[in-house]
Design a protein around this ligand. Structure first.
Ligand SMILES: [Zn+2]
Ligand SMILES: [Zn+2]
Length: 124
């Protein structure tokens, strides 16, 4: 998974729009548009690494900054042998940040796809 995809999945799971996140993060209303554009660039992997901005996002939503950094490491060095936790391709949850619902915490659907039980099965 790319760092941008991870950020996007976690934001979507938290139920935030990029514009709403920009309002919270921006120091002044005049900064909002530029930050919203930057968030888009981060999520599209046009910006591979922006620690400061993603740390601000992690303060607002359930996003694991260390996982972001690990994914940045992979994006910069695909040969990296760093361990990377299993990440749900539907919502970006991980074992230490599972989805909570009335049925309890999510688990993995199966061993073939990285899809948690809170997400619909992958369509491929
Ligand atoms: Zn999921
Ligand atoms: Zn989950």
């Amino acid at each position: 998974m790319t760092p941008g995809t991870y950020v996007r999945l976690r934001r979507a799971k938290a139920g935030w729009k990029r514009s709403e996140l920009a309002v919270i993060i921006a120091a002044t209303p005049g900064d909002r548009a530029a930050i919203e554009e930057e968030l888009h660039a981060i999520e599209a992997d046009h910006i591979i690494e922006n620690r400061r901005r993603v740390a601000q996002i992690a303060d607002q939503i359930d996003l694991d900054f260390n996982i972001y950094l690990t994914l940045v490491g992979f994006a910069q060095d695909p040969e990296s042998e760093l361990p990377c936790p299993r990440i749900c391709t539907g919502c970006g949850c991980t074992w230490d940040r599972p989805c909570a619902s009335k049925d309890g915490l999510c688990g993995w659907r199966d061993n073939e796809t990285d899809r948690c039980t809170a997400c619909p099965p992958a369509l491929d």
